[in-house]
Every structure is written in C-alpha cells, then in structure tokens.
Design a protein around this ligand. Structure first.
Ligand code: ME8
Length: 512
C-alpha cells in the first residue's frame, strides 16, 4: 500500500463557489477514490485562501469585518463538499491559528537561511485597480488597465528568487514529469530561462494578512501564505521532517492552468530555500468556459454547482464534469450537452441496463440467480471484454485521462447492452429457463464490475446499485474482481437516473 497526498488549490473567498471550483475538487475526489480502490493510503485536502487586499476591500464594501466576511464565504465552499460528495480528509482556512503558526515558522526558516532581505517595492501605482506597473507597461501615461497612476514606493521584504534559477532548471531536468501536461512544463521552463527576479513577499498597504515575525507592520504576501497551506495540512512545523514523510514525498497539487507558475516555480523555490523536497507533481487542467469565455466571478458568467446537484444529483454533475472536458484542455459548460450526456449514457445506457436486468430477475426469478456451471463461447468473450476494460481504465486514470476512462466504461456498458440484445434472456423463460438464469447471473456480475469502475465518479449511485445486488461494500479493484458468492440475492430494485425532459430549461427546473 503506498501513500498519496492529493491537494486542491485553496479557493479565494471573494465570491461564492462556481462550477470551475467544483471541477478541481471533483477531479481530486475521483483521483482519491480511485486510488483508495487500488489499495493506496490517500490523504486528500482542500480549503479556502482568506487573506489579502481584495478580501479586505470586499469586506469593507459589504460593511462587515474581514473575519465575518470570510466566515460566510468559506462556509459556502465547505458546505459544497458534502453536496458534491467529496471525501476530503481535512479542510483548511488560512485564518486558522494552526496555519498562522506554520506560515510564521516557514518565514523564519527562510529568513534564517538568508533568503529574505528588506528592500523597497516601487513603481507606478494604479489606485483604482490596486496594482503596480513598470514604466514600460504604461500606455499614454496611464496603467494598462486604464487607471491614473502615481509613482509610489513602500518598504517590502524580498525573497531571493533569482538565486534559484539554476537549481530550478536542474530540478526540471532531473524530474521531467514534474509539471503535467508537457505544454505547461514548457511554459515554466521558458519563464525560468527568461530570468527570475526577486519576489516581493510582504505588504504594508493593508493589514488583512499574517503579520511578518518581528515586523508586524508587514503582512505576508498572500501567495506565500496560501502555498504554505499544503505544509500546515501535513502537520508542519511539528512534523518538521517532511523529507521523510511518506505523504509529503508523494504530494500531487492539482491546479488550474493559470496558477501553475505559483506552484511550479515560486513554491518549489521556497521549499528548496528551507531544505524541504519539492512536491512530486503539479497537475494542471484547463478552464470551463461559458459561452466561449472563462467562467469566472469577475466576468459574471458562472454556473452554480449547488443548483446542478439539487436538480440532477451530484453523481450526474460529477460524471459530466469529468466526461465532457478533456483533462488539460478548455471546454464549454452547457445545459444542453449536460442533458444530452445524462440521457444517453446515465439514463439510457447504464440506468436502463441495470434496471431491465435487475427488474427481470426480481419479477421472473424471485430475485435470485445462481452462478452458471458452464459458460458458452459468447459468454466467455463478453466476460473477457469486460475484464480487459477494467484493466484498461487503471492506466488511463494514472495518466489523468479522465474522459477516456469514462469513455472506456461507456464501451463496457454498450457491450453489456449488446449481450442482452443478442442473448434475449426474456424469451427463454419457458424454452430454456436454466440458460436464462445463467445469462442473468453473467449480466449481473458484469454490472457489478462496471459499477465498481464508475464508483469513483458516481459514488452515490454505485453504492445504491451494489446494495441492490447484495454485493459487499469492500470496494476494491484488486480484490473481489467477481462477485464473491455463487448465488445473487437481490434487495429491493430501485431504478437509477430517470430521464430528464430535454425540452425544459434550467430556470424551469429551478422553479420546481
Ligand atoms: O487562485 N475552469 O483561488 P481561486 C476550471 N487562492 N477551473 C477553475 C475555473 C474555471 N473556469 N475557475 C476557477 C486561487 N477554477 C488561489 C489559489 S492555492 C495555494 C491558492 C479553479 O479561487 C481552478 O482550480 O481563484 C483554479 O486554479 C482555481 O479554481 C482558482 O481558484
């Protein structure tokens, strides 16, 4: 059994969660559940990133304290987890005392190692947009965002990022799979090769942050604060020896493509600076678009995961998120394709397969079937194809190819439906009742295998189905490859995934 530590980014609390956040969290959950089924010991964490100027300003605008403001939004992220059926082991808020202690300890270690110095942060400051720009970035004397600018300077601590350029390049050379996918890795390499400038890691223009040890006029830069969450969640600094910690040695950070640089360059350099091993891998995915643009709170084109779970169930949303987007690429989130996939795969192919086989056993065989004493060549061919499918999904998930993994499972479902159509067990009740039972047992056993493959993505429905066929809950891909009994006795059969009326819009559903 190997250990594995899986993390989501910790999400900003300046607006409520949307489908983009739900996506990363679901991807991590599927990866975590899949690995647990393979027998690995998984630790899986998520949380909220609560400091910084933007949050402070949002709180002022709302007329409440930053703490009250962050309490409210962080709760929306936390409450979404059970709604999405997420199996995380911990949830961190960067405003918690345990995290403050870690960040201050980490800062001290960076300082003691000689990688922090006091300097001055200066440039043309756009008041309206709260951002600094260099002289050559100005356009007609204004900031590139259109705001009036004034020259400003503030004292600031810097991290000697420039000293890590060669070490980073050497690290990338020795760890060719560190950043996934390769396109993102190449972007990181060219960024490093352009030359790294020292990084401003404290601010004095606002106070909503973790105070710098021994100089509390400064608060710690929000990214240094946020990235350190991964150590807080692994027991640092009490668990100081991270290099010999099996979770730390296998930590995979899942992130959206826009924050790879923070994880794959800054975070690695910070860790190198204090002598902690960099993460095992940074795995990045693309964006959900809504009408062609990135779904984001600032563009106001977000979709609400709560709504989708309420209307269609979390399993349907989880399935759509993983199946529709090719991991690593961008893709469009749309109700029509959601309903189309739901009806064609979940309702018609999988739901209907389970339902017609199990209801028939219930009605015509008193709810029980026995293992056949012999198999015909067609049976063997079918069973073998399903077993091959189960073997094939394992490497697909290991390579983060979630849409192909589900495509493979869909092929297995199609094979089972073809077997039903070809064998026509319904017609054998009087002419060949023994053969009919054999076919139904074989089908139920293959449904058991297919359902286990679906479990990481659709845990609620998979557990329901496994319960209906009286299967044990020991959900292992390695053990119980077949049903560990020679007689299947069904519990009450309850159809899964009723069809969605595809002429109805989301708003009409929302009104129900
Ligand atoms: O960046 N499509 O937080 P954040 C897919 N606090 N994924 C999306 C998405 C979209 N349209 N929009 C957001 C931060 N995401 C920092 C992280 S980690 C130490 C600190 C997902 O609230 C995706 O994972 O802006 C992205 O990287 C993350 O949400 C950004 O969340």
């Amino acid at each position: 059994m190997s250990k594995l530590y899986i993390t989501t980014p910790i999400y900003y609390v300046n607006a409520k969660p949307h489908i983009g956040h739900a996506y990363t969290t679901v991807v991590c959950d599927v990866f975590a559940r899949f690995n647990r089924m393979l027998g690995n010991d998984v630790k899986f964490t998520t949380g909220t990133d609560e400091h910084g100027k933007k949050v402070e300003q949002s709180a002022i605008k709302a007329g409440i304290s930053p703490q009250v403001f962050t309490d409210g939004i962080s709760k929306l992220f936390r409450d979404l987890l059970p709604v999405l059926n997420i199996s995380n082991d911990d949830f961190i808020r960067t405003t918690e005392p345990r995290h403050k202690k870690t960040v201050q300890h980490f800062w001290q270690r960076l300082k003691d190692a000689g990688h922090i110095y006091l300097g001055e942060y200066s440039g043309w400051y756009d008041m309206r947009n709260e951002a600094y720009f260099a002289e050559d970035e100005l356009i007609d004397g204004k900031s590139p965002l259109g705001g009036e600018v004034q020259y400003m300077a503030e004292p600031c601590y810097f991290f000697r990022l420039s000293a890590f350029q060669d070490k980073l390049l050497e690290f990338y050379e020795n760890n060719p799979y560190f950043v996934y996918p390769v396109q993102r890795k190449n972007e990181m390499l060219s960024f490093i090769k352009q030359g790294l400038r020292d990084l401003a890691i404290s601010r004095t223009t606002f106070s909503w942050g973790i105070p710098v040890p021994d100089d509390p006029k400064h608060v710690v830069y929000v990214w240094l604060d946020a990235l350190t969450n991964y150590l807080t969640l692994n027991g640092y600094p009490e668990n100081e020896d991270q290099n010999n910690d099996e979770y730390w040695n296998s930590v995979i950070h899942f992130v959206g493509k826009e924050i790879v640089k923070f994880h794959a360059i800054y975070w690695v350099a910070f860790l190198m600076a204090v002598g902690i091993k960099p993460p095992k891998q940074i795995v990045s995915h693309g964006w959900w678009l809504s009408e062609g643009e990135k779904m984001s709170k600032s563009l106001g084109n977000v979709q609400d995961p709560y709504k989708y779970c309420k209307l269609f169930g979390s399993d349907a949303l989880r399935y759509y998120l993983l199946r529709e987007l090719t991991f690593g690429s961008d893709g469009n989130f749309a109700l029509e394709s959601f309903i189309q996939r739901y009806n064609s795969v979940l309702a018609n192919a999988y739901g209907n397969l389970c339902n017609r086989v199990l209801s028939f056993i219930q009605k015509r065989c008193d709810g029980r079937v026995s293992r056949p004493s012999e198999l015909l060549p067609d049976d063997e061919k079918f069973i073998n194809a399903i077993d091959v499918g189960v073997e094939q999904i394992i490497p697909l998930v290991a390579q983060y190819n979630f849409s192909k993994y589900l495509e493979k499972v869909e092929q297995m479902i199609a094979l089972a439906n073809q077997y039903v159509d070809f064998q026509k067990p319904w017609g054998l009740k009087d002419s060949a009742p023994k053969r009919m039972q054999d076919i139904l047992f074989i089908l139920t056993e293959q449904i058991f295998k297919i359902t286990k493959c679906l479990y990481p993505v659709m845990p609620t429905s998979a557990e329901k189905l496994l319960h209906q066929i009286g299967a044990p809950y020991e959900l292992s891909l390695m053990q119980n490859k077949t049903i560990p009994a020679d007689v299947i006795v069904l519990k009450a059969v309850d159809p899964l995934f009723p069809r969605i009326d595809n002429t109805i819009t989301l708003d009409v559903y929302a009104e129900q």
